[in-house]
Every structure is written in C-alpha cells, then in structure tokens.
Write a protein that binds this ligand. Structure first.
Ligand SMILES: Cc1ncc(COP(=O)(O)O)c(C=O)c1O
Length: 483
C-alpha cells in the first residue's frame, strides 16, 4: 500500500487521471489543476507544501481534518462498521440530535450517504404521501447527480446537450431580486416575495386544472448553484401556503446551507420566520465534514405514509456506526466551538467589507449573503447589469495565484461564491477582501490600458480615413485592422 505522504509526481497523477477517470469529472482550474494532499482548518496544502486559503469548501464545515471528527471516525472504524439492521447507539443518538436541532414536527430521520440520495428519498416520501408526481422546482436549481435528481435540476437538464425538462416537472422563476424576473428597481415598494410566490401559485393552479395533484415544491433555502441567491422575505411563507393548498409537500434542500452556516439560525429556512417549517428537510455535505453521510428528516405523518407503501427502505451504508460517529462529532464541535455564532460575526464583517469594496469597484454590482454564505455579483455596468463572466473567470484564476481559492457560480457564471469552512476568521476575511481589491484594481487598470490603446488605434484609423477621403475626394469605407 502506498504511504499517503509518498507522492506520485504531479505529471503522473494528471496522466493517470486522464487515462482512468471519466472525462466528465472536471477539475478546478483546468489549465493548471491543483494537487491537494493535506488540509487543516481553513487551509489546503499542495504537494509542495504551498498553503491555500479555502473559501469554497462548505463540506469541511468545522475545518479540514478536525481532530475530534477524525478521531471519532477512526475509533469507530476500528471497532465496528456494519449496516443499520442491528441496533446501534450511534444511529439513534445521531437521529435524536438532528431532531433536536429542527423544529417540530420534524422528528423522523432516514440516514443516507449523499445529498443526492437524500433528495431522491425526499421525493419518494413526497410521492408516497401525496400519491402525485408533479413537482415544482426553482430555475437554475441543482439537487444532485442521480437520474431522478437531474430531472429536477435545471442547472443540469437545461445545459445545451442536457436531456431537457420532463413533463411532470414545473419550473418557477428563481427568486433573484437583483437580476431575476422581478427586480427590486422595477417594483419599488412591492413585496417581491409575494410576487415570486404568486408564480408558484399559478403553476399549482395549472397542474390542478389538468386534473393532477401537486407532489412537492423543492428548493434550497438559500439558492447556491443558482447564484448565491437569498430569496426575499415572505417568499417561502407564501410558496408553502400555495403548495400545501394544492395538496403538495414542501421540501427544503439544506444540503449546502444547513448546520449554522447562515449564522442567525441552524437552518437557512429558519431565516424566513417561525411559520416557515418544511415537511421534509434534506441535509448533506457539512454533516460528515468530508465523510459521506447525509439525512432526510420529516414528520411522523409522512414517514408513516412511506411505511404504508409496504416497501422496506434499506440502505447498505446509510446510518452505519462510523458515519453516525462522524456526524455526531461534527454536531458536537459546531456546538462546543460556537461555530454558528462565529459564522454570524465573521460573515457580517466580511459582507460589510465587501460592501465597502463595491464602493471602489463599479464591477461589483451586488454583495449579498447571510453568515458565511456570500455572493459577489460582477457586472459590466450597474445599469444594464450585463454579467461580467470573463472577468469573474479571470478573478478566480488570479486569486488562485494569490493562494486564495474562490469560485464563480450562477447561470452566467458571474457571481463569486464564498462558503468557506466555518472556522474562517476575521483575519481571513480581511486578507480575502484586500486581495480581491488588488485583483479588481489590476483588472480595471488593464481595461483602462486596453481602452487607451483602442482609442489610439481608432485615432490612427480616423487619420487614415481622413487621408483616403482627401486623396479620393469622396467618402470611401476603410477597413481598420486593429492588432
Ligand atoms: C443544493 C444541493 N443539493 C444536493 C446536492 C447533491 O449532493 P451530493 O453531491 O452529496 O450527492 C448538492 C451537491 O452539490 C447540492 O449543492
């Protein structure tokens, strides 16, 4: 067996990957990929020991390789790892803890291995409960890689060669008040939460008009792949009302945004008031801090409908003692280290500093966020809000050279997304903002240089036109070839 610290040369790793790993598994920084061999806290280290500040890894929630989480997994792995058909305390303690973090009546858990599995099971529960198949989703959403999840992920099925939308799937507009269907500036004083929710009401009415029932509405409580969107106040409250009136259930996908990331609350849906309680919540990524464990939490009523189908639910690895030991350790660390409160403090500071940065750089059209879930939308100009896609790509790659890992997101890939491990510090936030300031300044200087040389080219062109016109005595078109 290879010692984990003994490395293949990076070029060999690339060759082997190209040969043996499916080409659709894409790398970050494709032209110059990183080989990461170690992680600690909010830092990742490459094969030469070079450290990078990790601003994107929400999976390593309590910090890469947190010693308590590692120890919990190692100790349980040395003792027992089997399926959940045997009684085991780790499973029931994990379920009890999860339920204690969620509001009533969310009390029944199913342990699975990934966010995709959690969402797939959530849809099965919804179908068992409502006996309907028509599902409402939000545009640009991503809910996972299983076939059933691609069906409800416009982020995938709408790609140029994607499979397209299935008939039972209904897409509501993404509640983006900055650059979406209904924008703050176009509807001053109007409640955009109500307005966006009304589109969901119309979809429910259309489904019912066809003599069918609504199965579910599924959405992330803060929309990550769709572009770090914070749905407006009153959106979920009204959507849930319309969906329930149409007989459907409401699923909150908290796979990315759960476990205190938003700072004010443990779950992102709780930002929208105590009357917003989903019927099913799906949880994933941060739950295992890198170990594959995820969960579905629902009401006794819905779990009973699922049981009443008579089909047993068995999942070989879901809820095994090792995964549960890891998840229990993660929840313990979040509480003991006060990471939710920490995310609020650091997140508020980061957002404030980014707002100041936006005053200095016109390319920043919008800064939005909650806790350590932050988006910076780059636009070519603030009035037309044309997406600054190439600029966002450039910024991501320049920041990597500065040893800071960020990425871009959204339908136009122009939104810088930040969702660092929750141990991210105020100093890290300051370092990120200062470096971003420098990179944006360079970008602006480059644009200035280009526009100066363009105007020089245009001036030269004009003098050529003048020359041609004066020698030919008429107006002829002249093709100017700018180099
Ligand atoms: C919002 C959301 N839901 C579900 C998933 C699927 O999770 P997994 O990759 O663990 O299957 C993802 C993954 O990126 C996600 O972002």
């Amino acid at each position: 067996m290879m010692d984990p610290l003994e490395q293949l040369p990076k070029s060999d790793t690339i060759k082997l990957r190209e040969r043996h790993i499916g080409q659709s598994c894409k790398l970050f920084y494709r032209s110059s990929p990183l080989k990461i061999v170690r992680g600690k806290g909010q830092y990742l280290y490459d094969e030469r020991g070079e450290g990078y500040l990790d601003c994107i890894n929400n999976v390593a929630h309590v910090g890469h390789c947190h010693p308590d989480v590692v120890r919990a997994g190692q100790e349980q792995m040395a003792l027992l790892c089997t399926n959940n058909r045997f009684l085991h305390d780790n499973l029931v303690l994990c379920a009890r803890r999860l339920a204690s973090l969620l509001p009533d009546p969310l009390s029944v858990c199913f342990l699975v291995n990934s966010g995709s599995e959690a969402n797939d099971l959530a849809v099965r529960l919804a179908e068992a409960h409502t006996k309907s198949t028509d599902i409402i989703i939000v545009d640009h959403a991503y809910h996972g890689h299983l076939t059933s999840m691609i069906d409800i992920s416009p982020y995938k099925f709408n790609k140029p060669n994607g499979p397209g939308k299935k008939e039972h799937v209904h897409v509501a507009p993404c509640p983006d008040v900055y650059r979406g269907k209904y924008r703050e500036e176009d509807y001053p004083g109007e409640d955009l939460g109500v307005k966006y929710a009304d589109d969901v009401r119309k979809i429910c009415a259309e489904v019912k008009a066809k003599g069918k029932g609504v199965q579910a509405f599924i959405a992330e409580s803060l929309i990550s792949c769709g572009g770090q969107i914070l749905p407006p106040k009153n959106y979920f409250k009204n959507v849930y009302k319309h969906v329930r009136e149409a007989g459907g259930v409401c699923i909150a996908d908290e796979v990315q945004v759960g476990f205190g990331r938003v700072g004010t609350h443990m779950w992102a849906f709780q930002r929208y008031g105590t009357d917003v309680i989903p019927d099913i919540v799906t949880i994933g990524k941060p739950m295992g801090n890198g170990h594959p464990v995820a969960a579905v939490v629902t009401t006794l009523e819905i779990a009973t409908s699922f049981k009443n189908t008579g089909i047993e639910y068995f999942n070989t690895y879901g809820g095994n003692p090792v995964s549960c030991a890891v998840a229990n350790a993660v929840m313990e660390v979040i509480e003991r280290e006060g990471l939710q409160q920490h995310a609020l403090k650091v997140g508020n500071h980061l957002i404030e500093e980014l707002e100041k940065l936006a005053q200095r750089h016109a390319i920043i059209g919008d800064v939005r966020g909650a806790g350590l879930f932050v988006g910076i939308e780059l636009v070519k100009d603030r009035t037309k809000k044309l997406p600054a896609t190439a600029e966002a790509k450039h910024v991501v790659s320049r920041m990597k050279e500065e040893k800071i890992l960020i990425s871009s997101e959204g339908p136009d890939n122009n939104i810088i997304k930040l969702k660092p491990p929750m141990v991210f510090s105020t100093e890290n936030a300051d370092q990120l903002v200062a470096t971003l300031d420098k990179v944006l300044k360079e970008l602006e200087d480059d644009v200035e240089e280009v526009s100066e040389s363009m105007s020089a080219i245009l001036k030269t062109g004009q003098s050529q036109i003048d020359r041609v016109n004066s020698t030919s005595g008429g107006s002829k078109s002249v093709l100017i070839k700018a180099k």
